[in-house]
Design a binder for this molecule. Structure first.
Ligand code: FE2
Length: 223
């Protein structure tokens, strides 16, 4: 975690804003040598300069200190672009509709990058009446377990916390669900799209190969 603005962040932001050291220095009323010192870690800008520096880069002081630029494109975010943040110390799960500077236990958390489910993290979905029954084929021991599952539609999220010794399964209301996310405490975040013609059937497939075949057929049928 950054406790204060770092030289690397200043350099990155300056280059992103296509400014030279001299241009930034002029704006702040310091010499380009001073800016160079900050960027090479030979000194820190005085606290009274934080606001002018943030202003020069058109960001907030919080963003400047956290080193995380919050993109304003999130204003009307679609839930399908949800970001999940997990604290490695306490397992706290934070859901955000877009990127944010989030800290837990003094750690600046990065948004998790979801991978497609693999052989060790197989997901099985079937429809039971108006719900999806979702099961992850994975151990649920104290040291290795699925810690949450979430079903996301464009305007809604259903999230379920799971615990070791429990079952890695959930039931979600169907209402427009397009994506299932789940998190393994060791292997990270996974996601799988709900595929029309497979997951809305009242039956389960048994092997990942079978699902692959079904996905191809569904693609041909439904595009
Ligand atoms: Fe795992």
């Amino acid at each position: 975690m950054n406790q204060y603005v770092t030289g690397t962040v200043i350099k990155e932001l300056r280059e992103k804003n296509k400014m030279t050291q001299l241009q930034l220095a002029d704006r702040l009323g310091v010499s380009d040598k001073t800016v160079s010192k900050w960027e090479t870690g030979k000194g820190y800008p005085d606290i009274t300069l934080l606001e002018p520096i943030a202003g020069a880069f058109k960001i907030s002081v919080t963003e400047l200190i956290s080193g995380n630029t919050i993109k304003n494109a999130n204003v009307s975010a679609n839930m399908l672009r949800s970001k999940f943040y997990v604290c490695p110390v306490c397992g706290n799960v934070i859901h955000s509709m877009g990127e944010a500077a989030i800290q837990c236990h003094g750690i600046l958390l990065s948004p998790l990058e979801a991978e497609t489910s693999d052989e060790q993290h197989m997901i099985f979905t079937e429809r039971i009446e108006d719900e999806y029954y979702v099961r992850i084929d994975h151990e649920m021991t104290k040291s290795h377990f699925i810690s949450f599952m979430a079903a996301v539609s464009s305007d809604n999220i259903q999230m379920l916390k799971l615990y070791p010794e429990g079952n890695a399964e959930a039931r979600f209301k169907i209402r427009g669900v397009k994506k299932i996310f789940f998190y393994c405490n060791r292997d990270g975040l996974f996601s799988q799209d709900i595929v029309k013609g497979i997951d809305d059937k009242e039956s389960e497939y048994y092997y990942s190969d079978e699902r692959k075949g079904l996905e191809e057929t569904a693609k041909k049928l439904f595009g």
